[in-house]
Design a protein. Structure first.
Length: 251
């Protein structure tokens, strides 16, 4: 893909899809240098499907449950999970084949992608084509409950992380992180709201960095992939996220 071109995205969801909505809105009004070509959900009742349809974006459901049933005779739980996930992912790969996608963007997709899918979707060594947004400051609080964990731990600052997806759980190379303050009287809902609005900002920025060719992958001293963002505005953008988080408090 050439620098400056709009990226073509497949967005994977499982739930309400407010991140999806933000990407759709920003794509429509030109703030996002990308188009959402399709949406895939692992749940038929995900409200995000409705958001996609309303926006005229094709939306597909891939029901992982039916593959669990198919492999109900497999007694080893891990093996059953692997087999059923890979079949569900084969269905996903079949759908993606009809679109010329640059990146898969996970936006609240509550399934881990297996090495089978990630390998399939790769174009070379050290190339990452799947992004995720995580509601905590990784490597703290990986898993499904980033806001709850941040809140229960009594953190004074919460954070959100955009990272490339690798074979682990929320363990891939970090592209960007932003933080928000947590005050003594805040409820879990307060911090979720504050964090989510920051998620929308940083996810869009990361996609724009990718579209502008500003994301480089290098290696750390252990050979582990490491992201370097080469934007002359980098410092100002980080500062703007801090102001954004504080401005949210006045709303
Ligand atoms: C977000 O908090 C995201 O970070 C996490 O799942 C949530 C999805 O929310 N991975 P939504 O469906 O985009 O509203």
């Amino acid at each position: 893909m050439e620098e400056g071109q709009k990226l073509k995205l497949a967005v994977f969801i499982s739930g309400s899809g407010t991140n999806l909505q933000s990407l759709l809105d920003r794509s429509s009004d030109g703030r996002l240098l990308a188009d959402v070509l399709l949406v895939i959900s692992d749940r038929a009742d995900a409200y995000g499907l409705e958001r996609a349809r309303r926006h005229g974006v094709p939306a597909y459901v891939v029901e992982y449950g039916k593959y669990f049933e198919k492999f109900s005779h497999v007694t080893d739980r891990i093996e059953r999970r692997r087999l059923s996930y890979e079949e569900a992912e084969t269905e996903i790969i079949g759908i993606l084949k009809n679109y010329d996608i640059d990146y898969v963007v996970l936006a609240g997709f509550m399934r881990l992608l297996t090495p089978y899918f990630l390998e399939h979707f790769k174009t070379g060594e050290g190339v990452f084509r799947v992004l995720n947004i995580h509601p905590a400051l990784l490597p703290s609080f990986p898993g499904r409950h980033g806001y709850e964990d941040t809140f229960r731990y009594g953190c004074r600052w919460g954070g959100v992380t955009v990272h490339f997806v690798d074979e682990g759980e929320d363990s891939g190379p970090i592209i960007a992180q932003a933080v928000y303050p947590i005050f003594p009287n805040d409820s879990l809902e307060d911090i979720r709201k504050r964090g989510l609005s920051l998620e929308y900002e940083i996810y869009a920025q990361c996609i724009n960095w990718l579209a502008k060719g500003m994301v480089r992958i290098s290696k750390d001293q252990n050979g582990k992939p490491k992201v370097i963002v080469v934007d002359p505005e980098y410092r100002n953008i980080l500062l703007s996220w801090i102001s954004f988080a504080f401005n949210q408090l006045r709303k």
